[in-house]
Structure formats: structure tokens, C-alpha cells
Design a protein around this ligand. Structure first.
Ligand code: HSE
Length: 324
């Protein structure tokens, strides 16, 4: 297992809400970004989940939330990640987590990952922040796996932990690297009022693909990373928008997919795609005005198909999980 530190190990800035409590914010994220299935994710500014951790008498983790989440600690991503942090620290105390969801369940912008990262960070802060972020990678990956039918993938939870654009290996998600973005990016988000559970969206993926398709997708991911790292965003869409492994299966669930992509591109976006398991989509744009136009165009496309949606404009977040 290779552990790559994204930056200088960060220690938490501790904010206590009262005696024995700490609050963490876990950001939303885009994942896959076209051909980067389980490999590439980007942290998003301004949207996320908040987890409050308080000391409790019974050892282990307990959970509450006003959202419809599993409250069994063995099935909750924040609780599982928090439990692993307790174990890594060697603490035998009890912690109660209160999860406030800013990200709708099953939306495609990394809600389970945001909660896992915030749960881990809140527990760490509660105990005086002994762990740096790179020491919590396995904890958040294990928490996030609960939302994916047990499969470990880091393309939401590692951007949520570290911020920025992150590459992670599907062979070993704890092998990860930051990808620098040379120029500013603006992001249009389409958040349809539909729910797609990650585990279900993984079940519909093809078990086998033709050799040629695998080769072309691998090539497109390499070219796409090159456009991102060189700031050649004008051509990123060529590679981002022809994924043949995952998007064909998942876009079949989204009747507005083609029109939403076309609308965003007509508005001046550089690229548009499904994020994660959907139903959310995103478009990359040169400025906030184009991002707004692209978001509005995508909302109009879903409306034509009788699906209500919210259009949101944001930018990358480079800080990742933090004290709220
Ligand atoms: N890479 C994952 C998927 C992200 O597309 O299934 C889901 O959160």
C-alpha cells in the first residue's frame, strides 16, 4: 500500500461547541468526471454535511440525524469512519454523532463521503486532533464503502478529506495523488429531484467490456488528466464526454441526459457529464456567468422531461473537511 501525502500533514483547528464537543464540515464532491470511474474526484465549495461529535458514557459510536439515514452505527458512513478513528487513536471512550445533511441522499455529489469525512474529522477533533488527514485515509474509505455495497473507492471521500482534484487507484484506493489545477474552474451543478443509490448504480454496470473500449477509455482518461494539469480546459470536454464504460449504462436512467449536456455546451460550458452514480450532472465553465447559464439550461432540459431540478453554481474547494 502506498501512502502519498497530498500536502504538509494538516492538524485540525479545533472548535469546541461546549464541554466535550466538536463540529466538522465535510464537503460535497464530483466523481468519475467522465472516463475516471472510481479514479478521479473534485471537492466542491459551499455544499456539504455537518457532523457534531460529543462525548458520551457508553463506549463506541452512536448516531442521530433528522435525515433518513441508517442510524445503526455499523451501517452509517460517519459512524464507521469515526469508529475507525477511535481505534486508530486507541481511545476507548464513547462518542455521539449528530449528522446534519446538507447533501440530499442518493444525489450523486458524494453525500455519504462528506458524512464519512466529517464524522472522522469531528471525532478526531473531539479527541484533541492527534491524527493528520493522511492518517485517516483508511478510516474514511471504510466508512464510504458502506454506501457502495462494501466496495472501497476513494473518488468522493478523498477529495472530501483533502480538497481539490484527487486521483485514487481502484486497485488500492489508499494510493492517491493530488492533481493540480492551473486555472480557475467554475462548475454548474444539476441536482434533479430523483434518488439513485450508489450500490444500485454500481449493480447496473457491465461486467465485461470489449478490449478496444477499455483501451480507448484508458487513453481518454490520460488525455483528460493532461488537459487538466496543463490548463487546457477548452479541450477537456473531448475526453470527458465520451466515457464508454459507465455513462452509457447510467445515462439510460436519466431521460434528460443528452439534452442537459447539449444545453450546457450551447451555453458555453467546456464539458458536461454525470457525477458519480447520478442523477446529478455537472458542467465545467470558464466563469460564473457561463456556469449559471449552463445550470439554467440543464434545469430546463430536465423540466422538459417532467423532472424538477435545482441548478447550483460553485467552484472547487481546496481545503476539504474542516472545523465548521
Ligand atoms: N465512482 C463511484 C461510482 C462514485 O460512480 O459508483 C459513487 O459515489
Amino acid at each position: 500500500m502506498t501512502i502519498t501525502t497530498l500536502s504538509k500533514p494538516q492538524t485540525a483547528s479545533i472548535r469546541r461547541t461546549g464541554e466535550g464537543s466538536a463540529v466538522a464540515f465535510g464537503p460535497a464532491s464530483l466523481s468519475n468526471l467522465g472516463p475516471g470511474f472510481d479514479t478521479l474526484g473534485l471537492c466542491l465549495a459551499g455544499i456539504g454535511d455537518t457532523v457534531t461529535a460529543v462525548m458520551s458514557d457508553a463506549p463506541g459510536i452512536t448516531v442521530q440525524s433528522s435525515a433518513l439515514l441508517p442510524l445503526d452505527a455499523a451501517k452509517n458512513t460517519a459512524a464507521r469512519a469515526g469508529q475507525r478513528v477511535l481505534e486508530a487513536i486507541g481511545a476507548d471512550c464513547g462518542v455521539h454523532l449528530d449528522i446534519e445533511k446538507g447533501i440530499a441522499l442518493g444525489s450523486g455529489i458524494g453525500g455519504s463521503a462528506a458524512s464519512a469525512a466529517a464524522g472522522a474529522w469531528a471525532v478526531n477533533m473531539l479527541l484533541g486532533a492527534p491524527l493528520a488527514k493522511h492518517e485517516m485515509v483508511d478510516a474514511v474509505l471504510e466508512g464510504e464503502a458502506l454506501a457502495s455495497g462494501g466496495e472501497w473507492h476513494g473518488d468522493n471521500v478523498l477529495p472530501a478529506l483533502f480538497g481539490g482534484l484527487v486521483l485514487t487507484s481502484p486497485l488500492d484506493p489508499s494510493d492517491y495523488r493530488p492533481v493540480s489545477l492551473l486555472r480557475p474552474l467554475h462548475i454548474a451543478l444539476l441536482l434533479p429531484s430523483l434518488t439513485v443509490l450508489t450500490a444500485d448504480a454500481r449493480d447496473i454496470l457491465p461486467a465485461r467490456v470489449p478490449f478496444r473500449v477499455a483501451v480507448e477509455n484508458a487513453s481518454d482518461l490520460a488525455f483528460m488528466i493532461q488537459t487538466l494539469t496543463t490548463g487546457d480546459y477548452e479541450t477537456v470536454g473531448v475526453y470527458m464526454m465520451r466515457d464508454r464504460l459507465v455513462e452509457p449504462a447510467r445515462s439510460a436512467l436519466l431521460p434528460f441526459f443528452e439534452e442537459a449536456c447539449a444545453g450546457a455546451m450551447a451555453a458555453g460550458a467546456w464539458a458536461a457529464a454525470i457525477t458519480g452514480s447520478g442523477p446529478a450532472m455537472f458542467a465545467l465553465a470558464p466563469d460564473g456567468h457561463v456556469a449559471r447559464e449552463a445550470a439554467d439550461a440543464m434545469v430546463r432540459a430536465t423540466a422538459k422531461h417532467g423532472v424538477a431540478a435545482q441548478g447550483v453554481v460553485t467552484t472547487p474547494d481546496f481545503r476539504g473537511v474542516r472545523a465548521a
